[in-house]
Design a protein around this ligand. Structure first.
Ligand SMILES: CC/C=C\C/C=C\CCCC/C=C/C(=O)SCCNC(=O)CCNC(=O)[C@H](O)C(C)(C)COP(=O)(O)OP(=O)(O)OC[C@H]1O[C@@H](n2cnc3c(N)ncnc32)[C@H](O)[C@@H]1OP(=O)(O)O
Length: 294
């Protein structure tokens, strides 16, 4: 019998539930996942109640089924820690926050895995967008497509200055950002800017992202984490209950919309991605990425 998503989550939680506390760790800092080969590195500072989640899948932190699953499990675990109040999402590879979904999950896919991949992304998005935690994205590098989406699920975005770009560029790959990607963008930058950005597949510079409100602050790369930590202190000055209820009122309807159409969205995604023309577009984009190096 197929396991429900929550059953799979519980199975995953029990698999990685042991908290690892390396001898060298400060006593206030608990490591949920610190092994260098973990795809997601998570620690919780018991003194501040702030967790840090680092994407750790070099070279570009592209999101495959395993990374998405690990993130979902880690977030679920943090949210059940009653003393955890905030989370900073960042990357262990300065220069790349996240290259978005792993295109290899969508290219020549096996249908079962493709379905599970999309469902896991949906679940992660719902958890992140509706999280009881105050969440801040410390965007320390490029953040296209799914990378931009992840940052948009946070309550506040700080990006590193430099040549990095951010945006929902799906149309450049010949694919279409689904309604819930679009909703998240509309809720952040408004309808008109979303129309322009998504149709053109705009990748914004940090300066332009700041102008349209896609990010909240642009700071030098070495200041990204300390700015995130400082900003988090402000968010945590607000009583949790009041902040959480306000967030729920503002974001709940958007989360509900996906929850109500989740199965249809998976069918739609699978039908769309497996079309010959879409596979051709993905192949051309992958070739373009490889050619770039030569
Ligand atoms: C109506 C419709 C309704 C329903 C749904 C239908 C549609 C589906 C919607 C799907 C939504 C999709 C969301 C996505 O996120 S798609 C992914 C988009 N990502 C990108 O476009 C980014 C591509 N990458 C880059 O631009 C660069 O890699 C980056 C991030 C700027 C970093 O540059 P650089 O440091 O120079 O690194 P390289 O380019 O050399 O990359 C190194 C290595 O990684 C491979 N790679 C890069 N990105 C990805 C990726 N996203 N997936 C898989 N692999 C990736 C790259 O090819 C290199 O590989 P190599 O083997 O050559 O080393």
């Amino acid at each position: 019998m197929a396991l429900s998503f929550s059953a799979k989550l519980m199975r995953g939680v029990s698999r990685c539930a042991a908290l690892v506390t390396p001898k060298t760790a400060p006593t206030s800092c608990r490591y949920f996942s610190s092994a260098e080969n973990s795809r997601v590195l998570v620690n919780l500072n018991d003194k501040t109640g702030v967790a840090t989640m680092q994407l750790n899948r070099p070279p570009v932190n592209s999101l495959n089924l395993e990374v998405l699953t690990d993130m979902t499990i880690a977030l679920d675990k943090l949210q059940t820690e009653k003393d955890c109040r905030g989370m900073i999402l960042t990357s262990s590879s300065p220069g790349i926050f996240c290259a978005g979904l792993d295109i290899m999950e969508m290219y020549n896919p096996q249908e079962d895995r493709l379905r599970e991949f999309w469902r896991t992304l949906q679940e992660l998005w719902k958890m992140m967008y509706g999280s009881r935690l105050a969440t801040i994205a410390a965007i320390n590098g490029h953040s296209p497509a799914g990378g931009c989406l992840l940052s948009l699920t946070c309550d506040y975005r700080i990006m590193a200055q430099g040549k990095f770009t951010i945006g929902l560029n799906e149309t450049l790959l010949g694919i279409v950002a689904p309604f819930w990607f679009q909703d998240t963008m509309v809720n952040t930058v408004g309808h008109r800017e979303t129309e322009r950005a998504l149709q053109l597949g705009l990748l914004y510079s940090g300066e332009n992202a700041l102008k349209v409100g896609l990010i909240d602050e642009l700071v030098s790369p070495e200041k990204v984490m300390e700015t995130a930590e400082g900003q988090m202190q402000m968010w945590l000055k607000i009583p949790d209950f009041a902040r959480q209820l306000t967030k729920e009122q503002l974001r709940g309807p958007t989360v509900q919309k996906l929850a109500q159409h989740q199965e249809a969205d998976i069918d739609h995604f699978v039908n769309f991605i497996t079309k010959k023309a879409i596979q051709k577009s993905l192949e051309m984009y992958l070739n373009m990425l490889k050619q770039k190096k030569k």
